[in-house]
Structures are given as C-alpha cells and as structure tokens.
Design a protein around this ligand. Structure first.
Ligand SMILES: Nc1nc2c(ncn2[C@@H]2O[C@H](COP(=O)(O)OP(=O)(O)OP(=O)(O)O)[C@@H](O)[C@H]2O)c(=O)[nH]1
Ligand SMILES: [Mg+2]
Length: 324
C-alpha cells in the first residue's frame, strides 16, 4: 500500500533531518507523528517514529539529570502546548497569570520574565498548556528560547493594542520568527523552514484606542494570520482564547461508553482530527483495536447509537461504544 505522505509530513521529516538539538528533534518527530497518514501502509513508519521519539525523550531526560539542562525545555502536558511570544511589556505574563494557576511576574517594566513559565489553561474538559516566555526584541533573543518556540504546538504572538508601536511589534515578532525559519500556517515556509500554527493576540483591549487599533490591524494583516483581541485585565476574550487554541490544535475529543452504561465523560480521549473508530479503539487498548467487532456512536450527524464501521471518522464530542 502506498504511504501517500502529505507535504506537512515531508516538511516535518526535513526539519527532523536539519534539527540540531534534542528538543528540536523531539518537536519534529512529534510533528511527523501528528501528520503521518494513519493507515496500514504506514504502520511500520509510525512505529519507527514512536521508537525514535522515546529514544530522544529519554536522552532529554538524561541530559536534564546530568545538569546539562536546556533551561527552555518544558515537558508537554495536556492536549497541546502554546508559547507566548512578544516584545517587552506586551502583556504575555498577564495572560498566563489570568488563565492558569502559574506564578508569573506581571510588571510595568520590560524584560520582567526571564525563563519559561508553564501553566495549564482549561477549555471545557480539555487542558491546554501555555508557556510564558521572556520578550523578543529585534536583534536580541534570549539564548535557547527559540527551541521552545519551535517545539511548541502553536505560537501566540502577543502585541499591545494600546502601544504606539503596535505595527512595529507585529513586524518584529513575525520578522524574528521568519528569520528562525517559521512562517504562519497556510503561508509559504521560509527556505528550509516550517510553518507553525500562530494566533496574533492583541492584548490590553481595555486601553483607550485599543479597539480601533485592532480593527486597523485586521485591515492591514487580514489573511496573513488569524487574530483575536483580549484583555487580561477585564477578562474579555479570554474564553475565546482557550477556544481558538483548542481549534488550532486540530484535535477531537471522544468519550468511551460501555454497553448499557452511561458514557465515561470524566476524561476525553484526545485524537487528531480525521481519526477513525479504529484509532479510538487503539487509544483505548491495542487488544481492543485488534479484536474490534463493531461500534456504535452518539454524536453530531448520526442518530443515537448508530452502528458505524471501523473507518468512520470521528467528530468532536462523539461518544463511542466499542464491541469486541
Ligand atoms: N490595561 C491593561 N494592562 C495590562 C493588561 N495586561 C497586562 N497589562 C499591564 O502591562 C504591563 C506588562 O504586562 P506583562 O504581562 O508583565 O508583560 P510581558 O509581556 O510579560 O512583559 P515581559 O515579561 O517584560 O516581556 C503590566 O504593567 C501589566 O499590568 C491588560 O489586559 N490591560
Ligand atoms: Mg512577562
């Protein structure tokens, strides 16, 4: 069976070959695993990616243990990891402080944040990891920080809607990312680089003039990358931020159900969008996948308890009853 590898997968593989640090290799392998078409023809490759991932993750842990620490390595938790990327004082830490339990320093002076600070943000029943980072400036980037940006699942580019140099901030951020081989999803990647999921987050939406500045920004950069305006101070737009992050991850949540029992809504299984009933079964247990006889589904676009084939593509919030 031909593997039918996608351009995204091939790009990730290229990044893997070019990767110099363990963190970069891990990030590239994760991307390869996420983008490789999941079918019989790629099973061996999938296994191979998983093996290599385990090896590099082990290496990362061992380096940590020896004190040869990558200060910007943040172990991933939850459904996905987003870094906050922006110029000094743009309100990155305030966001992380508002939506997670992380202890961040929010300060009226620039360069308040020195290292990565992770925290978990909830979107409904899903946890998404945010990582606060030190600021970016046109020339200066804290050494090692770019590895954290590369390995994240997405980048929240934060710009201060109340600042006079708003457009400059956008240019600096996108320029630095481009210079390090990263372009927004859907755009042409820089030579030898990759595209990353990015959201332009206009902060401090409560400040005078912020709303009209955001509109101007939308007019100028519409189509370049998706945008959202928020205020950590008033909380406006913060729910949208969580939703947008969830949507950017390209994942679905599905719940398992035992015959005759209510669904187990405690913890969803998180799967890449496009996953099938069989993928879900594999996520529950390999043996269940191997012995799967039939499945029933509750959710959008199906009638309650509808029997489905193993290649049925799952929708967000589906409930699946697996029969072996
Ligand atoms: N009015 C208003 N002020 C805000 C908001 N968010 C942050 N600020 C203020 O902006 C300043 C900078 O906020 P931080 O969150 O520390 O900014 P930062 O981007 O983390 O700054 P660095 O760590 O130095 O890069 C602080 O004085 C905050 O109180 C907001 O939503 N509204
Ligand atoms: Mg900060």
């Amino acid at each position: 069976m031909p593997a039918n590898l996608t351009p995204q997968y091939l790009a990730a593989e290229k990044t893997f070959r070019a990767a110099k640090t363990v963190a970069e290799k891990i990030a590239a392998l994760e991307e390869m695993y996420a983008t490789i078409p999941k079918h019989k023809g790629t099973e061996k490759m999938q296994g191979d990616i998983k093996r290599r991932l385990a090896k590099f993750r082990q290496a990362a842990r061992e380096t940590k243990g020896k004190g040869g620490v990558d200060p910007f390595y943040v172990e991933k938790h939850g459904a996905g990891q987003f870094v906050l990327f922006g110029t000094p004082n743009s309100g990155k830490s305030a966001i992380v402080g508002a939506v997670t339990k992380a202890h961040v320093i929010v300060a009226p002076y620039p360069f308040a944040t020195h290292g990565p600070v992770p925290g978990m943000m909830a979107f409904e029943d899903v946890q998404i990891q945010l990582v606060d980072l030190p600021p970016v400036a046109r020339e200066a980037l804290v050494p090692g920080m770019i590895g954290a940006v590369r390995s994240a699942d997405g980048i929240l580019v934060c710009v201060d809607l109340g600042a006079r140099d708003l457009l400059d901030q956008v240019d600096v951020c996108l320029g630095v990312l481009e210079g390090r081989g990263m372009a927004p999803d859907g755009r042409q990647p820089p030579e030898g680089g990759v595209t990353k999921r990015m959201l332009l987050v206009g902060t401090k939406d409560d400040l005078p003039g912020a709303r009209s500045n955001f509109e101007a920004l939308q007019d100028l950069h519409r189509g370049l990358l998706p945008m959202l305006s928020i205020s950590a101070e008033t909380g406006r737009g913060m729910d949208d931020l969580a939703r947008r992050c969830f949507e950017m991850l390209g994942i679905v949540r599905v719940y398992s159900k035992e015959p005759g029992k209510p669904p187990d809504v405690g913890q969803p299984f998180i799967l890449p969008r496009g996953s099938t009933v069989l993928d879900m079964a594999s996520a529950v247990h390999r043996e269940i996948a191997e012995n799967l006889k039939r499945a029933r589904i509750w959710g959008a676009g199906v009638y309650d308890g509808q029997p489905v084939q193993r290649d049925h593509v799952l929708s967000d919030k589906d409930v699946i009853e697996l029969h072996v």
